[in-house]
Design a protein around this ligand. Structure first.
Ligand code: CO
Length: 362
């Protein structure tokens, strides 16, 4: 019988408690492939060296692990990436896999977490389901990693999928790319938010989450938001702790594609020319999760939080606390719902014939 190995590869984290997020996904993958021997690798050499120095645990790089698996006589190696986007670390993994083409009867590699549109929709839906109910002056801000790799565009799609699920005050910023925190701050300000929830959009709540997001330093997102007068609540949980993330990874692992010898990122051959293409026939049309269609908005919001509109009645006056502590009075104005669009609008803040869609005053 063929000797099979499952290698699960992540960036890694030096913070032992944060590693449980990685372990949770690994456990589920392990359970999904019971006839494979399980192995772990980290793409970050820096993280692996620090763990070895501080904890005496050796975690191999993908190349080191593959060398060992080849020596141990494995016929088939199935490699699943736990990277979030198809960025530098994922490419680094592919580059390390490439030379091992031919050393195994089958060398398969699975896509990172956010690949097809369906993955983004599944992830954002799962995040919304876990989210506390947001009041109209509350917002939820996710911190992604960010990169100068073109895959940085993924973060904009994550935020767009929150909008697709009708989550208005849920934002995505990144530590090392765009959108940056300043852009998130500008939008919080525009939406009269006073209370902000912060959470990492990373596999683990590791170094970035502990320091750049929730740290006490002046530069942390928490400190900066508090400095602007917001009340901040942090949710330090890695994405790996969500069942949906393990499920997406397991699906990608089942659909893992065969590596051939020419460093081909596995795009299914649909979009790219070499050096990025595929050794297998064209993949099937992208499948969206149940309840979604390519062209239609969901019939009703997937998750009705407070953000679908103001709960205040037109004409009502209330006093809200601004982030800087000042109180100011406003009077309620009904934003036009879909029904109103195109009809004459008599609201005081709008010009009489405004559709509410393009008027700068609205
Ligand atoms: Co980083």
């Amino acid at each position: 019988m063929a000797k099979k190995a499952l290698m699960v590869v992540s960036f890694g984290t030096t913070i032992p408690q944060a590693r449980r997020a990685i372990e949770q996904v690994e456990q589920k993958l392990r359970a999904a492939f019971p006839d494979h021997d399980f192995y772990r690798a980290f793409t970050s050499g820096m993280v692996a060296r620090k763990i070895e120095r501080e904890e005496g645990i050796f975690i191999p790089s993908p190349a080191e692990l593959l060398e060992q698996l080849a020596a141990d006589g494995y016929d088939e190696v199935r490699c699943q990436s736990l990277h979030i986007i198809f960025g530098q670390e994922y490419e680094k993994l592919l580059a390390q896999l490439m030379p091992f083409h031919g050393r195994f009867a089958r060398l398969l590699v699975g896509q990172p977490l956010l690949w097809d549109t369906a993955d983004y929709l599944r992830l954002t839906r799962a995040l919304l389901a876990e989210m506390p109910r947001l009041d109209t002056d509350e917002a939820f801000v996710f911190m992604g990693h960010g990169t100068d790799h073109p895959a940085n565009a993924a973060y904009a799609l994550v935020e767009n999928c929150f909008r697709y699920h009708r989550a208005e005050r849920v934002y995505v910023g990144t530590v090392e790319g765009f959108p940056h925190l300043d852009y998130v701050l500008a939008r919080l300000d525009a939406h009269e938010v006073t209370r902000v929830h912060l959470a990492p959009l990373m596999l683990v709540a590791g170094d970035h989450a502990q320091n750049d997001l929730a740290g006490d330093g002046d530069d942390s997102w928490k400190s900066r938001l508090e400095g602007e007068g917001y009340t901040v609540e942090t949710h330090l949980r890695g994405l790996g702790e969500l069942d949906a993330v393990a499920e997406i990874s397991a699906d990608h692992c089942r659909a893992a594609q065969r590596m051939d010898g020419t460093y081909r990122a596995i795009t299914g051959g649909r979009w790219s020319r070499p050096p990025v293409f595929l050794s297998q026939p064209r993949r099937q049309q992208e499948k969206l999760p149940k309840g979604y269609s390519r062209f239609h908005f969901p019939a009703k919001p997937v998750h009705l939080l407070g953000y679908t509109g103001s709960t205040r009645e037109a004409g009502q006056t209330w006093t809200s606390k601004k982030p800087n502590g000042a109180r100011r009075s406003s009077s309620a104005v009904r934003r036009p719902g879909r029904r109103n669009i195109g009809k004459r609008n008599t609201c005081a803040r709008w010009r009489p014939a405004c559709s509410g869609l393009s008027c700068a005053q609205c």
